[in-house]
Design a protein around this ligand. Structure first.
Ligand code: FMN
Length: 439
């Protein structure tokens, strides 16, 4: 008897459990998933994850862009054996899904990136570890226990720190380096602004930094400098007015102390946690970064380099010319530029530019993927693989690693059935002629 295939197996398991009164851990519908996560998450946490830049027009456009495509199923194709696998940088992936890099997962769940790692591993989905993760990359890699991972780099203004982060990513087994280019500055995010909430200022999401030897050196230098300044006669404590502590300030101090390495109790009176936040805010990004800097990164690593945030075909061509190994079409889920082109609308021109340049480099896509049909559409428009962003965070918030696994499982199952129902036996069949523009 032929196997049911992944989609039908998952479907049967859900209906089978339903017969005994069990409901899925997380809703299969993405709107219901977000609504359920909103109910469990803190206001600050949900605002940080769901929020986007400015009017949030980009985030809406990302999702709406999928509605302008329709799938045209083909009949009488034998799809009993379906293969959703894809090869990326020499490794076979069971599905074309990747876990997009998402920072500050401690806002969603106490086990943060470690729970994510367990969920991704269970579904054999490669995790892209964020530079803004809540847990050092080495711990995430060891939780993944051989399941593949890539490392996402924010290019710091501190060259030595960049070199150190890249070396650590290589050492802990990351198989590719994803350089995010769209975050020279943090976007204008009204939900966070109105709450006055920046997780990094509370010491959250800076674990890659506080676990880094170069960064630790910078923090020690800052503490020494500040001590010297304080002990100089013109700056003596008596001449400095002491700000009155507020409940919020105490909360921030607690958060910094909890998130800093070491014992919270010791951190409460130490200078390092605050100095780490200050140092991070100083070195986080390098707005002066240009194409001329890429060769330096190439010298630092033998890993494949993927540029994330590409939306213009000319930038895609330049990336190919610069010898980059992959292109990642993304507008950061609308979190950076308000009224940006929807990522899906940018995809076809980028694909054409890369392929016309004679490059077979993988083209990763994210920003707006919410269901299996969205994965199908992005692949049909030329993406090699897609990143799952907010949905995995909502799964994490609702049910930890099991929630992550279920979100990823559902997307894999839905894609598998979508392929079967449209006459696609493998991803090679998922081509643009399965789509048409909605009338
Ligand atoms: C809460 C949050 C944090 C994110 N952090 C990062 C990050 O640290 N690095 C990065 O390259 N992208 C980051 N992103 C962007 C994602 O990688 C991805 O591009 C985006 O989530 C895709 O949009 P979607 O989730 O709406 O599909 C973040 C996105 C969210 C929602």
């Amino acid at each position: 008897m032929p196997s049911l295939g992944f989609g039908r197996t998952v479907q049967s398991a859900i209906y089978g459990a339903g017969a005994f009164g069990h409901r899925p851990l997380v809703p299969t519908d993405s709107t219901a998933l977000e609504a359920a996560a909103r109910r469990t998450m803190s206001r600050n946490g949900f605002g940080y994850v769901a929020g986007s830049a400015g009017s949030e027009a980009t985030a809406r456009a990302n999702v709406a862009a999928f509605d302008r495509w329709q799938v045209v199923p083909r009949m009488l194709v034998d799809t009993t054996a379906r293969d959703t696998g894809v090869e990326l940088f020499g490794r076979r992936h069971e599905s074309p899904l990747l876990v997009a890099p998402v920072g500050v997962l401690s806002m969603a769940h106490d086990e943060a990136d470690l729970a994510l790692a367990r969920g991704a591993r269970q579904q054999h989905v490669t995790q892209i570890i964020s530079t803004q993760a809540s847990v050092p990359m080495e711990e995430i890699a060891s939780t993944l226990r051989g399941s593949s991972h890539w490392y996402q780099l924010y290019w710091s203004s501190d060259d030595d720190l960049v070199a150190s982060l890249v070396a650590r990513a290589e050492a802990c087994g990351s198989e590719a380096l994803v350089v995010t280019l769209d975050t020279a500055y943090l976007g204008w995010r009204p939900r966070d602004l109105d709450l006055g909430h920046l997780p990094f200022a509370r010491g959250e999401g800076i674990a890659q930094y506080t676990s880094d030897p170069v960064f630790q050196r910078r923090v020690a230098e800052r503490v020494a400098r500040q001590s010297a300044e304080r002990s100089s006669p013109s700056n003596s404590a008596e001449t400095q007015p002491r700000p009155r502590p507020t409940a919020a300030a105490i909360g921030t101090l607690l958060s910094m102390s909890r998130n800093h390495p070491g014992r919270t109790r010791d951190n409460l009176t130490a200078k390092e946690p605050r100095a780490a936040v200050e140092t991070f805010l100083e070195v986080f990004s390098r707005p002066s970064l240009t194409w001329d800097d890429l060769p330096r990164l190439r010298e630092l690593t033998s890993l494949p380099i993927v540029l994330k945030g590409i939306l213009h075909p000319d930038d895609a061509r330049r990336a190919v010319d610069a010898g980059m190994d992959g292109i990642y079409v993304s507008n950061h889920g609308g979190r950076q530029v308000d009224r940006s082109v929807a990522a899906l609308d940018a995809l076809p021109d980028v694909v054409a530019a890369v392929r016309d340049a004679g490059s077979s480099a993988p083209i990763i896509f994210d920003s707006g993927i919410r269901c299996g049909a969205d994965v199908f559409t992005a692949l049909a428009l030329g993406a090699t693989a897609v990143g799952i962003g907010r949905p995995h965070v909502y799964g994490l918030a609702l049910a930890g690693s099991d929630g992550v696994a279920e979100v990823l499982r559902n997307l894999r199952a839905e894609l598998d059935l979508q392929m079967g129902l449209t006459g696609c036996a493998s991803l090679a069949d998922v081509t643009v002629d399965r789509l048409r523009r909605a009338p």
